[in-house]
Design a protein around this ligand. Structure first.
Ligand SMILES: [Zn+2]
Ligand SMILES: [Zn+2]
Ligand SMILES: [Zn+2]
Length: 348
């Protein structure tokens, strides 16, 4: 055994003799390597000097009582959201296509193709992100000193529910009932955790959802403009900065009257426009935040813990993090990124 083994660990006979002289309450066993540790009294959290595992006597004991209820809630939400997406696609096609095909046959075919691609991309990435396992941590040997090498469990904690070690980036999710490797957060919209196993599908879903909602907002605004009933009493004010308020006030009433003669398709388009714009803003903010975390080599949860510990520069900010995340091994991307990094290092 390593001669530099710390004083808190008692692997040798000599140290074992030393242990016996200390009262029972000062002595405990490391869950990671099984060695006896001598700790000061009233120290509920301590780190093993040999394997690096952290033992926390105050660790919360989760009750798994309502696990099935949380799972059911998540699954119901996924079904509701899937139905909502199908409703948006179906009603969008019904409201938009008559006008699009009346403009031109090829124009209609073009938009049909775009709608098809965006719908398939959004629905498939959504199903993948919500049904894929978020990624369980790999099973590792623990609990015996000869098998567990020095620092073999550095900063690992123990999950009382799964009865398995957790690496620093692994967290237990009560809704999923499992430990999740590189857990980002539990997303109620996909009814699943976002972790090492489905993070890429989640980002691809956000990307296709933002693109789809952007497309829906543009196309519904455009069709609305085309089918809006003409205003009967157009105000005859010449538009300048001083008359703009008079113009708006005078056109408000004719505008409201024109809404009356708007078709059911028109009302649906108004709904589609506002729904897609609001969803698009929310998802775009989330996507931007996620891309920033990937660029910084972090997850949402690890950024929270690094902020609370005060060490912000744990991982290096690098575009390679994004490439690694998406698994692009294309030589062209590698060349472009090395060029970008070369420029960056010369600017410093
Ligand atoms: Zn240990
Ligand atoms: Zn667990
Ligand atoms: Zn979860």
């Amino acid at each position: 055994m390593d001669s530099a083994s710390p004083s808190s660990v008692s692997p040798t006979k000599q140290e074992d003799d030393h242990v016996t002289s200390i009262t029972e309450e000062h002595e405990t066993t490391c869950w990671g390597c099984g060695l006896r540790l001598i700790i000061s009294p009233y120290a509920p959290i301590f780190k093993c000097g040999w394997c690096g595992a952290i033992t926390n006597h105050n660790a919360r004991k989760y009750d798994n009582k309502y696990f099935w209820l949380r799972r059911l809630r998540d699954r119901c939400f996924v079904v509701i959201l899937l139905l909502f997406m199908l409703f948006i696609i179906g009603s969008g096609v019904w409201a938009i296509y008559p006008t699009i095909f009346s403009t031109g046959y090829f124009y209609g075919i073009f938009h049909m193709t775009v709608t098809g691609i965006l719908s398939i991309a959004t629905l498939s990435t959504y199903v993948l992100a919500s049904s894929r396992s978020p990624g369980a941590p790999p099973r590792i040997y623990w609990g015996s000193y000869p098998a567990m090498g020095r620092n073999g469990l550095m900063d690992y904690t123990f999950c009382n529910v799964c009865s398995n070690p957790k690496s620093p980036n692994t967290h237990h999710c009560r809704s999923c009932g499992m430990c999740v490797l590189d857990m980002d957060h539990h997303c109620p919209f996909i009814g699943n955790c976002v972790g090492a196993g489905n993070h890429r599908s989640f980002i691809l879903f956000l990307m296709s959802a933002v693109t789809s909602t952007f497309y829906v907002s543009i196309i519904s605004a455009n069709i609305l403009y085309q089918i809006w009933p003409p205003l009967r009493h157009i105000p005859s004010v010449t538009l300048t900065w001083s008359t703009i308020f008079t113009y708006l006030a005078e056109s408000a009433l004719p505008f409201l009257i024109s809404v009356e003669s708007l078709s059911i398709r028109g009302f649906l388009l108004i709904y589609l426009f506002f729904a897609s714009v609001s969803v698009e803003i929310g998802l775009a903010v989330l996507l931007w935040q996620q891309i920033c975390f990937i660029y910084e080599g972090k997850t949402y949860l690890s950024s929270l813990s690094s902020n609370s510990n005060g060490n912000d520069e744990v991982e290096e900010k690098d575009c390679q993090n994004i490439v690694r995340f998406f698994g692009c091994s294309n030589p062209a991307t590698r060349y472009l990124l090395s060029f970008w990094n070369f420029k960056k290092s010369h600017k410093k």
